[in-house]
Write a protein that binds this ligand. Structure first.
Ligand SMILES: Cc1cc2nc3c(=O)[nH]c(=O)nc-3n(C[C@H](O)[C@H](O)[C@H](O)COP(=O)(O)O)c2cc1C
Length: 251
């Protein structure tokens, strides 16, 4: 069974591609969280978790989901980590989470996809993003093949140092960077509500036809990048930047 969490579509894209290759059921962690359901999942096939890397770790929201969910059946668990360029020690924390909740870690593969962190960095335009995605496909498919054959995914050697630094990067990041405070809607906002629909944590409500952000934000970038009118900005960091949202079909 394949579980994915995705802010701007990269991990959903990878999860669906793997689903096509393996024939496994694909489950959206976003939907489970948004609907506030506590679920039990049973699968005779391995678990495959596809998610972005946040500050060199798996996102806290994914870790929390895994800790609060009951998985029965096959306990072998693989991670596919989509990232902008580097995953640090994310694999190590994926393994640690598995060990602590009784799952059998079978390895993690990082896949470079388009950068989506528009609040801090430049994100690619459509043509650049298409090229990056095209390059990522063989890696996703080869991981799917290995998983289908019950083979472990090897640990990437360069990630060993990241294991030591990742906790510091992540702690700093969640404490000082992640906040919904900087988001605002411009005059281009039509009050369509897409941002609220896309917010996994239900942190956005429409008040008088305008989006209002609460305090429960994980900086997934879905609201700002998924706005059809590019009517959301973040502090003074995003004006004039292209928005990135993966809407590629997998076939
Ligand atoms: C809050 C946040 C933190 C991120 N941290 C990292 C990181 O540490 N390393 C990296 O290579 N990419 C990082 N990225 C980029 C994403 O991991 C990458 O673009 C990912 O494919 C997005 O997946 P999604 O579209 O499924 O949300 C970060 C993005 C966000 C929004």
């Amino acid at each position: 069974m394949i579980f994915y969490f995705s802010g701007t579509g990269n991990s959903r894209y990878a999860a669906r591609l793997i689903g096509k290759k393996t024939g496994d059921r694909v489950v959206s962690i976003n939907e489970v969280i948004k609907n506030g359901r506590k679920e039990r999942f049973h699968s005779e096939k391995p678990l495959i978790v596809v998610c972005p890397v946040y500050a060199w770790k798996i996102p806290r929201i994914v870790e929390k989901f895994m800790r609060e969910t009951t998985f029965s059946g096959n306990k072998n668990t693989y991670f596919i980590l989509t990232c902008g360029d580097s995953t640090g020690g994310a694999w190590y924390f994926a393994r640690k989470t598995c060990l602590e909740i009784g799952l059998n870690f079978m390895g993690a593969k990082s896949i470079v996809m388009p950068e989506n962190y528009i609040a801090l960095f430049k994100v690619p335009d459509k043509a650049q993003a298409d090229t990056i995605i095209k390059k990522a496909v063989p890696g996703i498919l080869s991981a799917a093949e290995q998983i289908k054959n019950d083979k472990p995914l090897p640990i990437e050697k360069k990630a060993l140092l990241g294991r030591l630094v990742s906790p510091l990067v992540s702690a700093f990041f969640y404490r000082l960077i992640i906040s919904a405070k900087g988001f605002y809607a411009t005059d281009a906002c039509t009050g369509c509500g897409k941002c609220a629909e896309l917010c996994t944590l239900n942190n956005l409500t429409l008040q008088g036809g305008r989006p209002l952000w609460g305090t429960n934000c994980t900086h997934c970038m879905a609201c700002i990048c998924g706005c059809p009118f590019e009517a959301i900005e973040y502090k003074n960091k995003t004006k004039g930047k292209p928005r990135y949202y993966c809407i590629e079909e997998t076939d």
